[in-house]
Design a protein around this ligand. Sequence first.
Ligand code: AMP
Length: 308
Amino acid sequence: MSILVVGSVAFDTLETPSGRRERVLGGAATHFALAASFFTKVRVVGVVGEDFLPEHEAVLTSRGVDTTGLEHVPGRSFHWSGSYMRDLGAADTLVTDLNVFADFAPKIPTSYLDSEYLFLANIDPVLQTRVRAQMPGVRMVAGDTMNYWISAHRENLLKVMRELDVLVINDNEARMLSGESNNVRAAKGVLELGPKSLVVKYAEHGSASFFSQRSFGDGEPHKPFRAPATPTEEVVDPTGAGDSFAGGFYGYIASQERLTPEVFRRAMFYGCVLGSLSVEDFGTERLQRTTREEIDRRFEDLREISHL
Ligand code: AMP
């Protein structure tokens, strides 16, 4: 099984209480792809500039990620800078240099057309819709978004919502999308916009899933579920935690033959595990030195602390 992910591949300048890093490899598609690569084959569609060197691409390819769809064009790669000095839970965006990302027109290589799973990472919803339309045969579509698209491009975003089997967002985004401040009402409000299911991430408080129809995936009834988060003592850099969660979650689903309620719930645990690993170092550093054994150990620990 393979997942096609479309999204940003970037350089990030990061400032956290643990230190500062200039232009390290980042981007939603990068974090997602690395996390999902522990479970299944991942194919990336994105765009980078001349500053994106073979050593950067090797971070992805050394984990088996297919970068055929990573377009190299003249100019500089997307650059984002964020600071967590005020609040470790929410980045203050200092710089967003779109650079080559400004004219991004996703092109799907022929060799990607048989991908069974599609992940629409956080990009312009018009592009998300366009990619979705080019992949009519996929088994499942999941996606993410962010506050900017919710507030300034709502109409376009609503079109994407109706295409999604799973929307994976954080609690702030769920509240913004629905206009509801209560978490349960927010989830209901989001489901009314069209996604068949919703996974809400509550950072260090875990995640929850909600379903618009009881019959989902392989037709078995799904019920709301709450997964805990791995207790983490030190958060070095929260950047990419959400995308790593999504990668662990969706990667696990893609690695399983059937989408049963049990598989969906286990996937949420794997999402938490990948998110918790990713924050332990800057950028992609921690996931680059992770092993599947370590992931499975953390999964078991999480199970132990949360089961009667
Ligand atoms: P998160 O998982 O939400 O922490 O995602 C962080 C990643 O999103 C960073 O590596 C950034 O490069 C990327 N990013 C930040 N702003 C944007 C944007 N406007 N569009 C696409 N990607 C972005």
